[in-house]
Design a protein around this ligand. Structure first.
Ligand code: ADP
Length: 245
């Protein structure tokens, strides 16, 4: 079943064309990654799906609804992690989780979610006193606290260290296993490969390629490059004799 259906989405800001003509579909239960260079229209597309922006033309349907027109129903089923969460500085992590949980009918357990994201010890810390990575993980917790049918996660793990990134991956996998459809924007190929069933590449406001991570990497035809620092001098000629090098 198609839960997100975007057709010929166009959105401009003055003379800037943010999304030129974006079309993409997401099936229920999928984890779809949106990749592309900065300024290519990824956030604009996600914001239109979330109902936070109204497209100039084209259509967006989320579970059959128009997110810009039917905000009430959309916010009940969609969890959103935006690049700048902008919570009030004096709010504690616990208060933020309680507040967001109160918006939903059947929310997850906030402290348990914080614990699984590695910010359990920060429940009583104020938002202003969190590190960038802790704020990022709180934003992910707030996106998932309502057990949303659909999670939209913009720049999921940008700014997180490798261990925190893997912790987040585990939480996203749990959400997927519980039935959440996930759309995430990422710049990390490893993350896309690990988490995503399907990738959508956006450039200059258009979808330029899509497919499974394996299909896309295969079609790029790029050779695999490994970089390493040897602990002792090596002769390059010896390496070149190895199969596949
Ligand atoms: P991405 O997420 O791929 O980096 P965005 O959707 O954020 O791309 O932005 C696409 C283009 O639209 C960029 O040129 C950006 O500067 C511009 N843009 C985004 N939001 C606004 C806005 N609120 N006002 C004006 N221009 C914007």
């Amino acid at each position: 079943m198609t839960v997100i259906d975007v057709r010929d989405l166009r959105k401009t800001y003055g003379s800037t064309v943010a999304a030129d003509s974006v079309s993409l579909q997401v099936e229920a239960g999928e984890v779809v990654g949106i990749l592309g260079p900065n300024g290519s229209g990824k956030t604009t597309t996600v914001e239109c799906i979330a109902g936070l922006r109204r497209p100039d033309s084209g259509s967006v349907r989320v579970a059959g609804l128009d997110p810009a027109a039917e905000r009430d129903q959309i916010t009940r089923m969609v969890g959103v992690q935006l690049q700048q969460a902008g919570l009030q500085g004096k709010l504690t992590v616990r208060e933020a989780l309680d507040l967001y949980a109160s918006f939903y009918d059947d929310p997850a357990d906030g402290p348990a979610l914080a614990e699984s994201l590695g910010i359990g010890p920060k429940l009583d810390a104020r938002y202003d006193n969190l590190s960038g990575g802790q704020k990022q993980r709180l934003a992910i917790a707030l996106a998932l606290i309502g057990r949303p049918r659909i999670a939209l996660l913009d720049e999921l793990t940008t700014g997180l260290d490798p261990r925190a990134r893997r912790t987040v991956w585990g939480v996203i996998e749990q959400a997927r296993d519980a039935g959440t459809t996930v759309v995430l924007v990422t710049h990390f190929m490893e993350e896309a490969q690990h988490l995503c069933d399907r990738l959508v590449l956006i450039a200059d406001g258009r979808v330029v390629a899509e497919g499974s991570p394996r299909e896309l990497i295969g079609s790029a035809g790029a050779p695999t490059t490994m970089t390493f620092t040897p602990s002792a001098p090596v002769r390059l000629d010896d390496l070149a004799q190895l199969p596949h090098v």
